[in-house]
Design a binder for this molecule. Structure first.
Ligand code: ADP
Ligand code: MG
Length: 370
């Protein structure tokens, strides 16, 4: 995946930008509030036309402008010279791929990117839910068929929880509970196995990435922990569904008391280990940052392993709090990914070898050939 050219009109503070990046490292530097993150956000929009800042569409259009448009030429695998356009106008969004109007899901299947943003730093010490979301996002991007599995699981869980709340008033619903147990177990078995396989791949890659960032002085690894499996290791989706079904049955009394489902993949976690200890409890600020960056690079490498093509890598404000050798690694050793890295302090990018640099100032981008 390579972005060849991006033309931006009236997107946030980017009035008119023509961005022609290089095939590998691209550094965008500039002071605060100049538009660097907005530029990365504009690239991210091509992964499915949704902002990573959870912004509403109206916020994306430049203040007082009528419309916003993003036009990107990019290469994917064997197909070079593709063009996608996203346009916001009068509360209407339109997406064109090679001149044909398409839905957002077509973009999702076509353009792949991995993003590090400072708000992801909480991945290590934050809630299990954040880690599950990270996992499911990576899983679904790599294997789009899991989108339906995640949805099925979520729906079955909602239904079962609603039923558990109604049961005290209506005992005749007990038979229905059996149905939802089975559905939840079937979708949950698939989801848990998908996650487990994905985390195994991720683990291989994250060890390498963290090793590189820390110059092989420290070890970082990840493992999937599925509470409903107990100590068992199911060999396939069906075995996983059977174990989950048993766990649901065992938990039934407790679930009825609680009024919600207390076991299953929605309670799982990704265990993250730094050296031999839980990273959640012992990692320093800088180690957390390195670990999250390593997770994102591992996500990108896994995506490349699975889909046969490297996604683009967006790194927003990664440099602060990293020592020189870690910065050097990010600037020069991310290998075959096309990367877009923002930072404030131009001092940080002195060590960039090759690659391209750009200055962002008040929404205007200039290539810096110095
Ligand atoms: N819809 C919009 N129209 C114009 N300016 C906007 C819009 N949304 C955000 N901005 C401005 O963009 C600037 C922030 O840009 P950002 O890319 O986050 O900066 P940074 O260079 O620090 O990453 C702020 O000054 C903000 O007011
Ligand atoms: Mg920013």
């Amino acid at each position: 995946m390579k972005v060849r050219r991006l033309e931006i009109a009236h997107f946030r503070n980017l009035k008119h930008v023509v961005f022609v990046p290089g095939p590998f490292s691209n550094v965008i530097y500039g002071e605060n509030a100049q538009g660097k993150t907005n530029l990365l956000e504009s690239i991210w929009m091509f992964t499915g036309a949704r902002s990573f800042r959870g912004a509403r569409e109206a916020e994306l259009i430049e203040f007082d402008a009528e419309y916003a448009s993003l036009t990107m030429q990019f290469d994917t695998g064997p197909r070079s010279g593709q063009e996608a356009e996203i346009r916001y106008n009068n509360n209407r969004r339109s997406i064109l791929l090679n001149g044909v109007e398409r839905g957002a899901s077509t973009l999702y299947d076509t353009f792949r990117a991995v993003l590090f943003a400072p708000e992801h730093l909480s991945l290590i010490r934050g809630t299990p839910e954040q880690r599950r979301n990270f996992l499911d996002a990576g899983l679904c991007q790599a294997y789009p068929r899991y989108l339906a599995v995640v949805r099925q699981y979520r729906r079955a869980l909602q239904q079962r929880n609603a039923l558990l709340k109604d049961l005290p008033r209506n005992a005749s619903l007990l038979d229905t509970l059996d149905i939802w147990d089975r559905r939840l177990a079937t979708a949950g078995g698939m989801l848990a196995m998908g996650r487990a396989g994905y985390v195994k791949r991720l683990d291989r890659r994250v060890r390498q990435a963290y090793g590189g960032i820390s110059q092989y002085k420290e070890e970082f690894s990840v493992a999937y922990r599925c509470g409903a499996f107990g100590g068992e290791k199911p060999g396939n989706d069906e075995e996983a569904a059977v174990l989950l079904h048993l766990a649901l049955k065992r938990a039934r009394r407790e679930d009825m008391k609680a009024g919600f489902t207390t076991v299953g993949p929605h309670r799982d976690d990704v265990e993250m280990t730094l050296e031999t200890r839980p990273a959640r409890m012992y990692a320093s600020q800088g180690q957390c940052r390195s670990a999250v960056i390593a997770l994102k690079l591992a996500e990108a490498a896994s995506l490349r392993d699975i889909c046969g093509e490297a996604p683009v890598v967006l790194l927003d404000d990664v440099m602060s709090e990293l020592d020189e050798s870690r910065q050097e690694y990010l600037l020069n050793h991310i290998g075959m990914f096309q990367t877009f890295l923002t930072c404030c302090d131009p001092e940080n990018i002195r060590r960039l070898r090759g690659g391209k640099r750009f200055l962002m100032r008040e929404g205007e981008l200039t290539a810096d050939d110095a």
